[in-house]
Design a protein around this ligand. Structure first.
Ligand code: TXE
Length: 529
């Protein structure tokens, strides 16, 4: 095999005893006890008050590999009663437990340990994420590294800014202190299960909160793994609780229950609205990230080869199942034809297949239901008069017939009023509109109900800055597309959501500011005589 190479090679196997040369890593699923063997009638993937256990009603769910529809593992299908138990455990751990009272620096050290453990198990987690979501193992590894960085960032931040003295009159001592919000509900989607949870969990833990986590019912695998790592790192029982199960059964109680103080949700607009409405009953704090339809503006003065290259990644990375995907290209008239011809040529050449296979760049879509939604959106686009110049179909390869694959698709002749231009498809589908002037480009870029992110490509520095300033989006990339940093806030204008994740604001979401005022020598005021 590859003995001469220093690189570790990964193999997925069903045989738990399988071993090979030192640089070959064999990963089995389930390799952790809470993920049950395919075919099992029981599973213990709920984690409540420091104990892995089955759903109260004993129900289980099959988790499918989107590349071939085979059963990867069996997890517990938690329901309302399980979520209520998890909320009660988190409440106890907050009201009387040690975590909120642990010095912030010590909490930071625990977060650092979580980061160490993520790196220790990097390869295993990358494979788990790849098998569960369909993304490539390489992308899974990138996710683990990004998430490690997020835990390290909040580990460092935990004790850096815990309050401040406030200017006050003589004889008064006045300070603002930051305290954890309380019990946090965290509901996450299926496209970046590990990453989306880490963006919530790391700052919430750093600030001293307790939590109940509800991952997407179709991709719970790495969430369970991360929860396990938090325990290994020293997070006390009851602080992190996990309920696997459906949105309406296991998720809804988190947004409704009076003992939950904050709900943080990443997912679709329709569910976000439901959660916001439910949370209003008890006036919870809410943080919502609800996706986008993100413009990527191409001026004619850029190197087209580079711009096409980045446009492909922006649109088709993780098969377009990315909230910040550059799904809406806005291309200057002068370069439109050359740009789209090259874009289509390269889109047709993208290798799609199983995320575990060497050289694959696009894996399957996450589920049969989701592919059906993408196909319906493409059909609507055609009806509206947009023209497909690449993709628009499932792959021909018979080896991929059982999986939920869809070819990268490029639409031209698009108009801003079209549904395919305005509605988030969340698949490998990009639309192209034309513009002539800078003002038109900005108008089109802002002509969306969303406002999550956008890109602008130009060699003119001043123009790049002008357009970035004018775009009403939470992140704008100039001559790039996609990078984020743990220290830079992430979130949306408009219907892309409420609040920010990452950065300083990402920590503030999970803190209450309390003003403590002390009168050093109180004397009667005689206001009432
Ligand atoms: O997401 P849902 P879906 C977009 C994308 C996609 C669309 C729908 O356009 O096509 O959303 O995807 C939980 N109370 N994004 O239906 O329903 C659910 O169990 C509480 C953008 O798969 O939003 C899961 O854990 N929770 C996005 C989570 O909500 C409920 C990423 C997200 O699922 C619930 C994914 C309820 N009533 C999809 N109903 C992004 N912003 O990145 C469902 N859930």
């Amino acid at each position: 095999m590859a003995e001469e190479s220093d690189e570790t090679r990964l193999f997925v196997t069903n045989d738990p005893g399988q071993t090979g040369p030192v640089n070959e890593l064999y990963v089995t699923l389930p390799s952790v006890p809470y993920l049950a063997e395919p075919g099992s009638a029981t599973a213990t993937s709920l984690y409540i008050d420091g104990r892995w256990r089955a759903a109260g009603n004993g129900r289980v769910r099959e988790i499918l590999n989107p590349a071939d529809a085979s059963v990867l593992t069996i997890v517990s299908e938690g329901g309302r009663a399980d979520s209520e138990e998890a909320i009660a455990a988190a409440r106890r751990a907050f009201d009387g437990g040690e975590w909120p009272r642990t010095p912030a620096g010590e909490r930071g050290r625990v977060l650092d340990r979580i980061a160490d453990l993520l790196q220790r198990d990097r390869e295993e987690i990358a494979v788990m994420e790849s098998l569960d979501t369909g993304k490539t193992i390489e992308e899974g590894g990138i996710d683990v590294d990004d998430v490690t960085g997020v835990f390290r960032y909040y580990a460092g931040l935990a004790d850096k800014d815990t309050g401040r003295l406030v200017s006050a009159p003589e004889g008064v001592h006045s300070k603002v202190v930051y305290e954890p919000v309380g019990v946090c509900g965290m509901i996450t989607p299926w496209n970046y299960p590990l990453l989306q949870l880490a963006w919530k969990m790391a700052p919430a833990l750093a600030a001293g909160n307790t939590m109940v986590v509800k991952p997407s019912e179709i991709t719970p695998v790495t969430t369970a793994k991360l929860v396990e790592l938090t325990t290994e790192a020293g997070v006390p029982a009851g602080v992190v609780n996990l309920v696997t199960g459906s949105g309406p059964d296991a998720g809804a109680p988190l947004s409704e229950h009076p003992d939950v103080d904050l709900i943080s949700f990443t997912g679709g607009l329709a569910t976000g609205r439901r959660i916001m409405a439910a949370a209003s009953e008890t006036v919870k704090k809410i943080a919502l990230e609800l996706g986008g339809k993100n413009p990527n503006i191409i001026f004619p003065d850029v190197d087209l080869d580079t711009a096409v290259d980045y446009a492909l990644s922006a649109a088709f990375f993780h098969s377009g199942q990315v909230c910040s995907a550059g799904a809406r290209l806005i291309v200057h008239n002068d370069v439109h034809d050359a740009f789209t011809t090259e874009l289509a040529r390269r889109a047709e050449a993208i290798r799609i297949g199983r995320g575990q296979d060497e050289g694959v760049r696009c894996g399957p879509l996450v589920s049969a239901e989701h592919r059906a939604k993408v196909e319906a959106a493409v059909a609507r686009g055609v009806e509206e008069g947009a023209r497909i110049i690449a993709g628009g179909r499932r792959p021909d390869d018979p080896d991929l017939a059982q999986g939920y694959f869809y070819r990268p698709t490029v639409f031209v002749d698009c108009d801003r009023a079209m549904d395919i231009v305005q509605t988030e498809v969340f698949g490998p589908v990009v639309t192209v509109e034309r513009f002539e002037t800078e003002q038109q480009a900005v108008e089109l870029g802002n002509d969306t109900d969303y406002g999550l992110s956008g890109g602008v490509w130009t060699d003119d520095t001043a123009r790049g800055e002008r357009v970035a300033a004018a775009l009403r989006h939470g992140t704008v990339w100039i001559n790039d597309y996609g990078p984020y940093f743990p220290g830079a806030e992430w979130g949306g204008y408009g219907r892309s959501g409420i609040g920010r994740e990452l950065g300083l604001a990402g920590l503030d979401e999970y803190r209450e500011a309390k003003h403590v005022y002390r009168n050093l020598s109180p004397e009667p005021q005689r206001w009432f005589g």
